[in-house]
Write a protein that binds this ligand. Sequence first.
Ligand code: NAP
Length: 262
Amino acid sequence: MSSPSQNTLKIGIVGFGRFAQFLAKTMIKQGHCITATSRSDYSNLSTQMGVSFFRNMIEFLESENDVILLCTSILSLSQVISTIPLNFLKKPALFADVLSVKEHPRELMLQVLPHETDVLCTHPMFGPDSGKHGWKDLNFMYDKVRIRNEDICSSFLHIFSSEGCKMMEMTCEEHDKLAAKTQFLTHAVGRFLGEMDIARTPIDTLGFQKLVELKETTMRDSFDLFSGLFIHNRFAREELKRLELAFETIKQKLLLKGKDDK
Ligand code: NAP
């Protein structure tokens, strides 16, 4: 008999955009059964992938998923979650999310979802670019916010641990503090480089090549994602201030040095 952590799950994805499709490929490879619903119509793509796509949210909820996985943009989650007709849920399910901020979905899920549903907040700290050659050694953050059915939860987490992810259990608050200093900063710098439209030249240093790569990977993510990292992470504002201050300090040092050396 297989252990609970290896159970095959029925996973219903809400928001079948770029990141959800990327996750679904690995879940399907592992033998899980995937259903999805989204604002846009992904029927054709879903058929090709082996995903059952529902345009109708009620039919999606009635399809008896073990896990409902929220993969919408950070900015739209509040609206999306408040319009899910939860009374059509056939059985208590585990609600999990993959948003790149964590306090915001935690609060929303605890506010809106019925008490009998379990809540797991997660953040796979990688995406379609960084995870295209597999998920080994990539960080996966999670917070078991309200878990009674340990079997379903551990089967879901097993999707990531079995691919070799580094499983990092921490609170949503701890995540947001660290992510503001790391992920938000990375995206902000990538966006600045995008705004400057930096491009390859015949004499690039390795350092500059890395900057171009950072610009390219950042710009492949939606602007909604980037703004969500700022608007719904209460620690990001401070990081933006630190960035502005660092820019001004360096600029003043350079201008001063220029004056001194004249
Ligand atoms: P995204 O731009 O953050 O989100 C796109 C998804 O949000 C699509 O499914 C889209 O639906 C849905 N959406 C956007 N606005 C909506 C609205 N007003 N109403 C309903 N649905 C709406 O891009 P993403 O890269 O696919 O990211 C999805 C989630 O995964 C985000 O929460 C992000 O923070 C998280 N995440 C992303 C990465 C990454 O590397 N990209 C990594 C880890 C976590 P339609 O496609 O149907 O329009």
